[in-house]
Design a protein around this ligand. Structure first.
Ligand SMILES: NC(=O)c1ccc[n+]([C@@H]2O[C@H](COP(=O)([O-])OP(=O)(O)OC[C@H]3O[C@@H](n4cnc5c(N)ncnc54)[C@H](O)[C@@H]3O)[C@@H](O)[C@H]2O)c1
Length: 391
């Protein structure tokens, strides 16, 4: 039985979700991946690492990501660190022969994402990007419906990701508000998910026809201590510049001719965390929002003059629902945590099968980065920007 320890590197807001996902899904794979175990939570904040390790049953904590990757007991690495560390840590883990699942955005830009993707290919290890929103059962079902022609040829997709985690100007400055550490702002933090959803449902984007972005809150107070996710903490009197977008919008042209209308905001008061999509095709329309994740709505042209929307609640026949939910019953709602766990499940399934990650690969991370770069450029200079697909 080989050593197949799992390490989660980064124990902040989303590191806990990785740990929870492994905790939930590990038993399904322990007979297929010998020695699979919840081994290490690594964070340079000892308190956080210890809290996540004890909550989700990991054996050890560590401060140093290099030592964690060098540990021969570790075979599987989750990278849940701030954006600017993704490429360095994921590349080192691949070099060390580990299977790697890296948080979105895969990199600060497409050039770095391409480097990482090439390394992943050469490593022949399982290399994934966290695209959890594809894994809401209703979204995965909509993907199947569109592919089967249920709404005809897709003509238009509207993607709106509205959050208010940054709406309060008294929330602390953190790595998220600095371009050198986060890349673009709402565009990379939220837009990555929306753009991945667009690719998942419609296909490749060929051109950003136009885009604009706004920095609404131009300075934020520096925290007195560490920041975690979007949490409120004690502030110092010092302020620091915000140099990446709070709000961004773009018009997209897909390879298949479909139009895309995309926007993302981290300061949309009242929204919490809401990603909504509507796809209108030649014969129907389908819609989903993460604020009502237990259902989708569909209208199919029926010639009656009305073609009303029908609400379709989650069913066991939807992807993930029947196979992975503890209560696989009609209408049982599914939330963020379950969809995130399904991402970890799919990654472990690919590792267990000795296969490349296909649905949410590092190539998907690269493709999203290429589109996000083009939106960022179109917003900065105006005009349209064609997408250059490398690799
Ligand atoms: N998939 C999703 O739905 C989703 C949701 C939220 C965040 N994310 C992504 O997850 C990543 C982390 O976001 P977060 O909100 O958890 O951030 P966070 O700031 O809450 O956590 C980051 C953690 O990394 C630790 N850290 C920083 N530098 C380190 C180093 N050199 N060595 C060890 N530990 C270090 C920090 O102490 C912190 O605990 C980001 O890339 C973000 O885009 C994804």
């Amino acid at each position: 039985m080989g050593a197949n320890g799992i390490a989660v590197i980064g124990a902040g807001m989303i590191g806990a979700a990785h740990a929870s996902g492994y905790r939930s899904h590990l038993p399904r794979f322990s007979d297929r991946i010998g020695g699979l175990s919840l081994a290490t939570v690594c964070d340079d904040n000892d308190t956080l690492a210890a809290a996540v390790a004890s909550t989700y049953g990991f054996a050890r904590v560590a401060r140093d990501w290099k030592a964690t990757i060098a540990d021969p007991d570790i075979a599987i690495v989750s990278v849940a660190l701030p954006n600017f560390l993704h490429v360095e840590v994921a590349a080192a883990a691949l070099d060390a022969g580990k299977h790697v699942i890296c948080e979105k955005p895969l990199a600060l830009n497409a050039a770095e994402a391409l480097m990482l993707w090439r390394k992943a290919q050469a490593s022949r290890r399982c290399a994934a990007t966290v695209f959890n929103y594809r894994r809401y059962p209703a979204v995965a079902e909509i993907h199947k419906l569109i592919a089967a022609g249920a709404i005809g040829e897709p003509l238009h997709i509207a993607l709106q990701y509205q959050c208010d985690y940054a709406a309060d100007p008294d929330l602390p400055h953190s790595w998220r508000y600095t371009r050198s550490r986060a890349g673009a702002g709402a565009l990379l933090d939220l837009g990555t998910h929306a753009i991945d959803m667009a690719r998942f449902l419609i296909g490749e984007v060929d051109e950003v026809v136009g885009a604009m972005s706004t920095i609404a809150i131009k300075r934020r107070f520096v925290a007195q201590g560490a920041t975690i996710g979007h949490d409120r903490v004690a502030l110092s009197a010092e302020t620091r510049l915000v140099d990446n977008d709070d709000v961004v919008s773009a018009l997209l042209r897909f390879e298949n001719g479909c139009q895309g209308l995309f926007s993302a905001s981290r300061i949309a008061v009242g929204f919490g965390n809401a990603l909504s999509i509507t796809v209108a095709g030649a014969k129907g329309t389908v819609a989903f929002t993460t604020t009502a994740p237990g259902k989708y709505e569909i209208a199919q042209f029926d010639g009656s003059g009305q073609s009303p929307f029908r609400v379709v609640n989650n069913r066991p026949s939807f992807p993930y629902a029947g196979a992975l939910l503890p209560v696989p019953h009609d209408g049982v709602a599914v939330g963020y945590a379950e969809a995130f766990g399904f991402m970890i499940h799919d990654f472990l399934a690919a590792v267990a099968a000795g296969e490349a990650m296909r649905n949410g690969s590092m190539l998907d991370g690269l493709r999203a980065a290429e589109i996000l770069d083009a939106i960022d450029l179109a917003a900065a200079r105006g005009g349209s920007v064609p997408i250059h697909r490398a690799a």
